[in-house]
Design a protein around this ligand. Structure first.
Ligand SMILES: [Fe+2]
Length: 237
């Protein structure tokens, strides 16, 4: 089965444990361990960004070694805190040099899992918007990345399904270029992360203009990967 979860925020080699936030994050690594244990080598897990606090690839080694213990294939999406992110070539070399064979990168490309084309990009969010040319550049870049991924998905066949790190919809916010691109390509399901704790209350989940939106940040889903399947969702509009 295809699963997804975002925002694991692992920090085994850098001292940034999320437990300090308390509440749901207390003992979160143990919870992640339990959640991922249910997945098998036949499963694929999309990690929707903010996987590790590591500032460089070397900083992430312990985190990726921890995830490698779970036999499912893992598709890695970039989040806003993934400072370790490098070129695809460098990341692939790092994974192969360290025997991290269950990882692939979801970035300007797509993967086919049974009849689902797994597409995605980091996305864009209003908290990043400070006005001006830079924002336009970033949103255009993210839209092009999403398009490249969706085009790759079309070539593979299967239902185009989008994974983003940032929410494309939020109370009082809508990322039109990404939402419109998903509509143009006939996407029916979109999974996103990034929102934690109290911010989750402003998340928009449900069916909006033909696309079903799901928040899959780790604390929102009890640190248990969510099965990517067609759910019956209440329409928002
Ligand atoms: Fe994030």
């Amino acid at each position: 089965m295809l699963y997804a979860i975002g925002d694991l925020h692992l920090s085994m080699a850098v001292d940034k444990p999320m437990d300090i936030f308390g509440g749901a994050w207390d003992g979160y690594v143990k919870k992640i361990e339990e959640g991922l244990s249910a997945l098998t080598a036949d499963d694929t897990l999309v990690l929707a960004g903010d996987t590790s606090w590591g500032m460089s690839l070397n900083d992430t080694l312990a985190d990726f070694q921890f995830l490698e213990r779970f036999p499912c294939r893992k598709l890695l999406l970039k989040g806003n805190h993934d400072y370790f992110w490098e070129t695809a070539a460098k990341m692939k070399r790092f994974f192969s040099d360290h025997g991290l064979l269950s990882f692939d990168i979801l970035h300007n490309n797509a993967y086919l899992y049974e009849d689902t084309a797994v597409c995605g990009t980091r996305g864009w969010f209003y908290e990043e918007e400070r006005g001006g040319e830079h924002d336009v550049k970033m949103i255009n870049r993210e839209t092009l990345r999403l398009r490249a991924s969706l085009e790759a998905g079309i070539k593979l066949g299967g239902e185009l399904t989008v994974f983003l790190h940032y929410p494309p919809l939020y109370e009082g916010y809508r990322c039109d270029p990404l939402v419109d691109t998903m509509t143009e390509y006939g996407v029916k399901r979109c999974y996103f992360g990034h929102l934690h704790g109290r911010a989750r209350a402003r998340a928009i989940e449900g069916l909006y203009k033909g696309i079903a939106y799901h928040l899959i940040s780790a604390d929102h889903v009890g640190f248990t990967p969510v099965a990517v399947e067609t759910p019956a969702l209440r329409p928002l509009l």
